[in-house]
Design a protein around this ligand. Structure first.
Ligand code: C2E
Ligand code: CA
Ligand code: CA
Ligand code: CA
Length: 279
């Protein structure tokens, strides 16, 4: 709700103002937390509009710090990007996603790809491909079990290098998604240059899709364009049945959002899978 949002917002700023050491604390706590592997992943399912099936899950990092309490990924990821800690953190997130994959296999769901968010800083590292491959091998997993989510920001950086990296990732077997589509330098035409499988429409477009005609027109256009480019479309942050119905009528392929499920710890996700099967 609106009130909630406002409270969260002011809380965040109050904290920043009253605790000017927060950045320093965050930095040292983050360092320790990476060493001690104090992170977990929460997984959010994606549902196909056509068959009402679970088609994949997105891994979202969670940090419950002993000293700072729950810190939102938006805050600590940004900080980690500025301090360089994003590299070891990203590698840890990939490791955890591999563990998640093995848990899914054990539960009887070997064919559900796990989407991992990749920071542009990590992606741009020369060693990115090697480091990802090493992690997959060490954990007995293969690229086919994963999807990589990059943002517009990543894709727009030094385009030629980016294209060749994406091509290599795809050759390895990864599926590639462009995340938060529409929020950045959203020129639809540049998409043609990138070998992408999935386009994720940002929540900011989905939020008012039922009340604002211009948002509807934009989402409709994005879906048509993505399909012309042979990409599948995920709508992010879907919260109501009206949104689901509207997106279905527009031909959106997959839905992700609280309407179906919040991001869940692996055990709860597996319960969700069981529940979904018997429904
Ligand atoms: P994102 O990749 O766009 O992830 C979607 C965010 O929207 C998640 O927030 C998710 O919990 C939230 N969400 C999903 N459905 C709904 C809904 O129906 N309504 C609302 N209001 N929110 C919904 P979260 O987990 O707090 O993550 C925020 C951002 O932090 C992510 O945005 C991503 O940019 C970054 N992030 C999270 N985990 C990772 C990670 O493992 N690696 C990297 N590099 N970034 C991450
Ligand atoms: Ca994402
Ligand atoms: Ca997103
Ligand atoms: Ca987002």
């Amino acid at each position: 709700s609106k009130d909630n949002g406002r409270n969260c917002y002011s809380f965040y700023f109050d904290e920043l103002e009253t605790d000017s050491n927060r950045v320093l604390t965050l930095d040292s706590e983050l360092r320790k937390a990476i060493e001690n592997r104090e992170f977990t992943l929460a997984y959010q399912p994606k549902i196909s509009t056509e068959k009402n099936e679970i088609v994949g899950i997105e891994a979202l990092v969670r940090w419950n710090s002993e000293k700072l309490g729950f810190v939102s990924p938006a805050e600590f990821i940004e900080h980690a990007e500025e301090s360089g800690l994003i590299i070891p953190l990203s590698e840890l997130i990939f490791e955890l996603a591999c563990e998640g994959y093995h848990q899914l296999v054990s539960a009887g769901y070997p064919n559900v790809p796990i989407a991992v968010n990749v920071s542009s800083i990590h992606f741009q590292q020369q060693s990115f491909l090697d480091s990802v491959q090493t992690i997959l091998e060490r954990n007995n997993t293969s690229a086919q079990s994963f999807e990589i989510e990059v943002t517009e920001r990543t894709v727009m950086n030094s385009a030629q290098e980016t294209v060749s990296k994406l091509v290599k990732l795809r050759q390895l077997g990864f599926k590639l998604s462009i995340d938060d589509f529409g929020t950045g330098y959203s020129s639809l035409s540049y998409l043609v240059r990138f070998p992408l499988d999935v386009l994720k429409i940002d929540r900011s477009f989905i939020q008012h899709i039922c009340s604002l005609d211009d948002k509807q027109a934009i989402v409709d256009a994005i879906i048509q364009m993505a399909h012309r480019l042979k990409m599948k479309v995920v709508a992010e942050g879907v919260e109501t049945s009206q949104q689901v119905e509207l997106l279905k009528s527009m031909g959106c392929d997959y839905i992700q959002g609280y309407y179906y499920s919040k991001p869940l710890p692996m055990e709860e996700l597996i319960d969700f899978f069981h529940f979904w099967e018997v429904e």
